[in-house]
Ligand binder design. Structure first.
Ligand code: ZN
Ligand code: ZN
Length: 368
């Protein structure tokens, strides 16, 4: 079927909107007519070529739309259903079977390889050339995309696809990171480093968890202000003062949790001075140097019982957790519309540039 896709022909080029042919859904697959797709930092990493991806390539991994058709063996959605797309997983490995699909043994192959195991792709140029379109099992910067039974999640009929699109990656990473990965308890204390879409979602997660203190560390004044409006109890400018000293002034015993979305090594190392007894550092921010390492002060880590935890997708099990987030949004407890900015599909390059420069918190493309 003919679709309009934002194709990246080579690393760091502009996206070009052009016609591609999308295959019919195979066994276990779902063809989705995409109506909206969020832009996430991981799109920018893959667009840079740093991951060695095949080109030409269709990115996009926060898709939302309507089911167009389902392949054999797909029973949980039907044509016409509103759906969210999220990360893919195999369903059969030990971590998938223990409801932790974010750590699927095949996560890299299913989400990052951008082509299937045989080297094929559901998208082709009109001339027949392969266009890689299995990014996060979706490649949703296109008017049609192929998802799987595991990464297509049914939405209520009245769902707002544009506002909810970012739930599929950034929002579930932030909210799930606090609720599921850190397991934040009522009355606990949380520091969030970085006030982008994931960090602001973590602040909302801290509110849902009823954390007693939620401290945002963020250099941009407008994002500190937004964080405070969304439930942060304090905001610290790390350019103006030593963030660890400022956290200790608020929490003399240290924080229960530090949630890092910055990927900044110096910021991460300062987290050890912020953590209190039995504190946990949760890491979701990917550093610009993919081989970056962290210096861990061993004796304080032992004596205070620190935990350092890497986090993918907020430890989400999407078929159950995304509907929980949709219900929280409907109840007014997850106002993601406060940090979403919409762009027409034709302005994808402007949206990417704004996301890269931090001029918007969460860019969402409207695709028709
Ligand atoms: Zn798996
Ligand atoms: Zn993402």
């Amino acid at each position: 079927m003919e679709a309009l896709a934002a194709v990246l022909d080579a690393p760091q080029e502009r996206f070009r909107l052009r016609s591609v042919d999308i295959a019919r859904p195979g066994p276990g697959q779902v063809l989705v007519r995409v109506k909206a797709a969020g832009i996430c930092h991981t799109d920018l990493i893959f667009a840079s070529g740093a991951m060695g991806s095949p080109f030409p390539l269709i990115l996009g991994h926060e898709g939302a739309g309507l089911v167009e058709a389902v392949g054999p063996g797909v029973a949980h959605v039907a044509p016409g259903d509103k759906v969210l797309l999220t990360f893919d997983s195999c369903g059969g490995c030990p971590t998938c079977r223990s409801a932790s699909p974010a750590y699927c043994h095949s996560f890299m192959a299913l989400n990052f390889a951008c082509i299937d195991a045989e080297g094929g792709s559901p998208a082709q140029d009109p001339g027949g050339g392969r266009v890689a379109a299995r990014f996060f099992g979706q490649s949703s910067f296109a008017s049609l995309c192929i998802g799987s039974a595991r990464n297509v999640v049914k939405l209520p009929a009245d769902a707002d696809l544009g506002v909810l699109a970012p739930l599929g990656c950034g929002v579930q990473t932030g909210v799930g990171g606090v609720l599921r990965s850190l397991g934040a308890r009522a009355g606990s204390t949380l520091v969030v480093m970085g006030g982008g879409a994931v960090g602001l979602s973590a602040i909302l997660g801290g509110g849902i968890a009823e954390c007693a203190s939620i401290i945002l560390i963020e250099p941009r004044p407008e994002r500190r202000a937004l964080g405070l409006e969304l439930g942060a109890t304090h905001a610290i400018d790390p350019a103006a003062e030593d963030a660890a000293v400022a956290v200790r002034a608020i929490l003399p015993a240290g924080a229960d949790y530090v949630f890092d979305t910055s990927g900044n090594v110096a910021a991460l190392e300062s987290a050890f001075a912020m953590l209190g007894p039995r504190g946990t550092l949760g890491m979701v921010g990917v550093p610009s140097a993919l081989d970056a390492t962290l210096r861990l002060p061993i004796v304080p880590a032992i004596s205070a019982g620190f935990t350092v935890k890497g986090i993918i997708e907020g430890d989400s099990d999407p078929q159950s957790f995304l509907p929980e987030l949709v219900a929280l949004h409907a109840a007014g407890r997850l106002p993601v519309e406060r940090f979403v900015r919409f762009y027409p599909f034709s302005e994808i390059n402007e949206a990417i540039a704004d996301a890269h420069a931090g001029h918007c918190v969460k860019a969402v493309l409207r695709i028709d």
